[in-house]
Design a protein around this ligand. Structure first.
Ligand code: B16
Ligand code: MG
Length: 212
Protein backbone atom coordinates (compact mmCIF):
# COMPACT_ATOMS: atom_id res chain seq x y z
CA UNK A 1 0.00 0.00 0.00
CA UNK A 2 1.35 3.43 -0.93
CA UNK A 3 -0.77 5.12 1.77
CA UNK A 4 -2.12 3.40 4.87
CA UNK A 5 -4.36 6.34 5.78
CA UNK A 6 -6.72 8.54 3.80
CA UNK A 7 -8.24 11.70 5.33
CA UNK A 8 -11.33 13.05 3.56
CA UNK A 9 -12.56 16.59 3.56
CA UNK A 10 -16.36 16.57 4.02
CA UNK A 11 -18.02 19.47 2.22
CA UNK A 12 -17.45 19.15 -1.54
CA UNK A 13 -15.68 15.76 -1.33
CA UNK A 14 -18.04 13.35 0.47
CA UNK A 15 -21.25 15.40 0.34
CA UNK A 16 -22.37 18.29 -1.88
CA UNK A 17 -23.20 20.55 1.08
CA UNK A 18 -21.16 23.29 -0.67
CA UNK A 19 -24.33 24.26 -2.57
CA UNK A 20 -26.25 24.66 0.72
CA UNK A 21 -23.45 26.86 2.15
CA UNK A 22 -23.74 29.02 -0.97
CA UNK A 23 -27.53 29.33 -0.70
CA UNK A 24 -27.43 30.18 3.01
CA UNK A 25 -24.71 32.84 2.57
CA UNK A 26 -26.49 34.24 -0.50
CA UNK A 27 -29.66 34.72 1.57
CA UNK A 28 -27.66 36.57 4.25
CA UNK A 29 -25.91 38.73 1.63
CA UNK A 30 -29.25 39.61 -0.03
CA UNK A 31 -30.86 40.45 3.32
CA UNK A 32 -27.93 42.73 4.16
CA UNK A 33 -27.67 44.24 0.65
CA UNK A 34 -24.13 42.93 0.13
CA UNK A 35 -22.88 41.80 -3.29
CA UNK A 36 -22.09 38.05 -3.34
CA UNK A 37 -21.50 35.60 -6.17
CA UNK A 38 -20.17 32.08 -6.81
CA UNK A 39 -16.60 33.32 -7.35
CA UNK A 40 -16.62 34.86 -3.85
CA UNK A 41 -18.28 31.67 -2.57
CA UNK A 42 -15.31 29.63 -3.85
CA UNK A 43 -13.08 31.53 -1.43
CA UNK A 44 -15.23 30.25 1.47
CA UNK A 45 -14.55 26.56 0.77
CA UNK A 46 -12.86 24.92 3.76
CA UNK A 47 -12.77 28.22 5.68
CA UNK A 48 -14.49 28.51 9.10
CA UNK A 49 -17.90 30.18 9.50
CA UNK A 50 -16.57 33.42 11.04
CA UNK A 51 -13.68 33.66 8.54
CA UNK A 52 -16.22 33.12 5.73
CA UNK A 53 -18.33 35.98 7.09
CA UNK A 54 -15.28 38.30 7.11
CA UNK A 55 -14.75 37.54 3.40
CA UNK A 56 -18.41 38.36 2.63
CA UNK A 57 -18.22 41.59 4.64
CA UNK A 58 -15.32 42.84 2.46
CA UNK A 59 -18.11 44.04 0.11
CA UNK A 60 -20.30 45.56 2.87
CA UNK A 61 -20.90 49.29 2.92
CA UNK A 62 -21.15 49.57 6.70
CA UNK A 63 -19.01 48.34 9.57
CA UNK A 64 -20.48 45.53 11.64
CA UNK A 65 -19.92 45.22 15.40
CA UNK A 66 -18.74 41.92 16.86
CA UNK A 67 -22.25 41.26 18.22
CA UNK A 68 -23.79 41.92 14.78
CA UNK A 69 -21.26 39.57 13.16
CA UNK A 70 -22.11 36.84 15.63
CA UNK A 71 -25.82 37.28 14.91
CA UNK A 72 -25.18 37.05 11.14
CA UNK A 73 -23.10 33.88 11.56
CA UNK A 74 -25.84 32.33 13.71
CA UNK A 75 -28.52 33.30 11.23
CA UNK A 76 -26.51 31.79 8.37
CA UNK A 77 -26.11 28.58 10.33
CA UNK A 78 -29.89 28.45 10.92
CA UNK A 79 -30.55 28.79 7.17
CA UNK A 80 -27.84 26.20 6.47
CA UNK A 81 -29.26 23.73 8.97
CA UNK A 82 -32.74 24.17 7.49
CA UNK A 83 -31.28 23.16 4.11
CA UNK A 84 -29.39 20.24 5.70
CA UNK A 85 -32.84 18.88 6.59
CA UNK A 86 -33.14 17.88 2.90
CA UNK A 87 -30.07 15.61 3.00
CA UNK A 88 -30.67 11.88 2.59
CA UNK A 89 -28.49 8.82 2.06
CA UNK A 90 -28.73 9.58 -1.69
CA UNK A 91 -26.68 12.74 -1.25
CA UNK A 92 -23.15 11.39 -1.03
CA UNK A 93 -21.06 12.36 -4.06
CA UNK A 94 -20.22 9.95 -6.90
CA UNK A 95 -18.50 6.74 -5.85
CA UNK A 96 -18.12 7.71 -2.19
CA UNK A 97 -19.81 4.72 -0.54
CA UNK A 98 -18.15 2.12 -2.79
CA UNK A 99 -14.72 3.72 -2.42
CA UNK A 100 -14.92 3.91 1.38
CA UNK A 101 -15.91 0.25 1.51
CA UNK A 102 -13.11 -0.77 -0.90
CA UNK A 103 -10.46 1.18 1.02
CA UNK A 104 -11.52 -0.48 4.25
CA UNK A 105 -11.47 -3.90 2.57
CA UNK A 106 -7.84 -3.15 1.66
CA UNK A 107 -7.08 -2.28 5.35
CA UNK A 108 -6.63 1.42 4.61
CA UNK A 109 -7.60 3.55 7.63
CA UNK A 110 -10.02 6.32 6.74
CA UNK A 111 -10.86 9.57 8.52
CA UNK A 112 -12.78 12.81 8.05
CA UNK A 113 -10.98 16.16 8.47
CA UNK A 114 -13.52 18.98 8.18
CA UNK A 115 -13.71 22.60 9.32
CA UNK A 116 -17.45 22.22 9.78
CA UNK A 117 -19.09 22.26 13.20
CA UNK A 118 -22.03 20.45 11.56
CA UNK A 119 -19.92 17.41 10.57
CA UNK A 120 -21.57 14.81 12.85
CA UNK A 121 -25.05 15.94 11.94
CA UNK A 122 -24.26 15.72 8.21
CA UNK A 123 -22.60 12.30 8.49
CA UNK A 124 -25.61 10.97 10.41
CA UNK A 125 -28.03 12.33 7.87
CA UNK A 126 -26.28 10.65 4.94
CA UNK A 127 -25.75 7.44 6.96
CA UNK A 128 -21.93 7.64 7.12
CA UNK A 129 -21.56 8.16 10.89
CA UNK A 130 -20.01 4.72 11.36
CA UNK A 131 -18.05 4.62 8.11
CA UNK A 132 -14.77 6.10 9.45
CA UNK A 133 -12.00 5.06 11.82
CA UNK A 134 -11.67 8.67 13.05
CA UNK A 135 -13.44 12.01 12.72
CA UNK A 136 -11.82 15.42 13.34
CA UNK A 137 -14.02 18.48 12.86
CA UNK A 138 -14.63 22.17 13.46
CA UNK A 139 -15.82 21.60 17.03
CA UNK A 140 -12.36 20.35 18.07
CA UNK A 141 -9.97 22.86 16.54
CA UNK A 142 -8.84 26.43 17.21
CA UNK A 143 -7.58 27.25 13.70
CA UNK A 144 -9.44 26.23 10.55
CA UNK A 145 -7.90 25.41 7.15
CA UNK A 146 -5.43 26.56 5.73
CA UNK A 147 -4.03 25.83 9.20
CA UNK A 148 -3.09 22.11 9.31
CA UNK A 149 -4.64 21.54 12.77
CA UNK A 150 -7.69 19.50 11.70
CA UNK A 151 -5.63 17.11 9.54
CA UNK A 152 -2.96 16.66 12.21
CA UNK A 153 -5.72 15.87 14.69
CA UNK A 154 -7.25 13.31 12.30
CA UNK A 155 -3.81 11.66 11.85
CA UNK A 156 -3.29 11.61 15.62
CA UNK A 157 -6.69 9.94 16.11
CA UNK A 158 -5.72 7.33 13.50
CA UNK A 159 -2.33 6.85 15.19
CA UNK A 160 -0.72 7.71 11.85
CA UNK A 161 2.37 9.65 10.81
CA UNK A 162 1.54 12.62 8.53
CA UNK A 163 3.85 11.29 5.79
CA UNK A 164 1.69 8.16 5.66
CA UNK A 165 -1.53 10.14 5.08
CA UNK A 166 -3.24 11.14 1.86
CA UNK A 167 -5.65 14.10 2.17
CA UNK A 168 -8.56 14.42 -0.29
CA UNK A 169 -9.63 18.04 -0.82
CA UNK A 170 -11.78 20.25 -3.06
CA UNK A 171 -10.63 23.59 -1.61
CA UNK A 172 -7.42 25.59 -1.94
CA UNK A 173 -7.47 26.31 1.82
CA UNK A 174 -7.64 22.53 2.40
CA UNK A 175 -4.83 21.78 -0.07
CA UNK A 176 -2.61 24.25 1.77
CA UNK A 177 -3.61 22.73 5.12
CA UNK A 178 -2.72 19.23 3.90
CA UNK A 179 0.67 20.40 2.54
CA UNK A 180 1.45 22.24 5.77
CA UNK A 181 0.61 19.06 7.70
CA UNK A 182 3.31 17.24 5.67
CA UNK A 183 0.74 15.03 3.93
CA UNK A 184 0.20 14.11 0.28
CA UNK A 185 -2.89 15.71 -1.26
CA UNK A 186 -5.36 14.49 -3.90
CA UNK A 187 -7.23 17.47 -5.36
CA UNK A 188 -10.75 17.28 -6.77
CA UNK A 189 -12.74 20.04 -8.57
CA UNK A 190 -11.09 23.47 -8.21
CA UNK A 191 -8.34 21.97 -6.05
CA UNK A 192 -7.29 19.68 -8.92
CA UNK A 193 -5.81 22.78 -10.60
CA UNK A 194 -3.56 23.70 -7.67
CA UNK A 195 0.19 23.30 -8.33
CA UNK A 196 0.59 22.14 -4.72
CA UNK A 197 -1.35 18.87 -5.03
CA UNK A 198 0.27 15.44 -5.37
CA UNK A 199 -2.53 13.92 -7.51
CA UNK A 200 -5.43 15.34 -9.51
CA UNK A 201 -8.58 13.20 -9.37
CA UNK A 202 -12.01 13.50 -11.00
CA UNK A 203 -13.90 11.58 -8.35
CA UNK A 204 -13.07 9.75 -5.12
CA UNK A 205 -13.27 6.46 -7.06
CA UNK A 206 -9.87 7.40 -8.61
CA UNK A 207 -8.32 7.02 -5.14
CA UNK A 208 -8.18 3.25 -5.32
CA UNK A 209 -5.50 3.28 -8.01
CA UNK A 210 -3.49 5.92 -6.12
CA UNK A 211 -3.53 4.21 -2.75
CA UNK A 212 -2.77 0.70 -4.03
P1 B16 B 1 -19.89 25.22 9.51
P2 B16 B 1 -15.00 21.35 4.92
C1 B16 B 1 -16.15 23.68 5.56
O1 B16 B 1 -16.21 22.27 5.47
C2 B16 B 1 -16.87 24.33 4.39
O2 B16 B 1 -16.19 24.04 3.18
C3 B16 B 1 -16.89 25.83 4.59
O3 B16 B 1 -17.59 26.44 3.50
C4 B16 B 1 -17.60 26.15 5.91
O4 B16 B 1 -17.61 27.55 6.15
C5 B16 B 1 -16.85 25.43 7.05
O5 B16 B 1 -16.83 24.03 6.78
C6 B16 B 1 -17.52 25.65 8.40
O6 B16 B 1 -18.79 25.03 8.35
O7 B16 B 1 -20.49 26.57 9.34
O8 B16 B 1 -20.86 24.08 9.23
O9 B16 B 1 -19.18 25.04 10.83
O10 B16 B 1 -14.83 21.68 3.47
O11 B16 B 1 -13.76 21.64 5.76
O12 B16 B 1 -15.54 19.97 5.15
MG1 MG C 1 -14.38 21.06 1.23
Amino acid sequence: MRYENVIFDLDGVLVSTDEYHYQAWKKIADEEGIYFDRAINNRLRGVSRMASLEIILERAEKNYTQAEKEELAQRKNRYYQELLGNLTTEDTLNGVRETLADLRKNSVHIAVGSSSKNTMRILKQVGLENAFDAIADGTEITHSKPNPEVFLLAAQKLGAKPANCLVVEDALAGVNAGCRAGMSVAGIGEAAKSPRITYAIRSVADLLSIVD
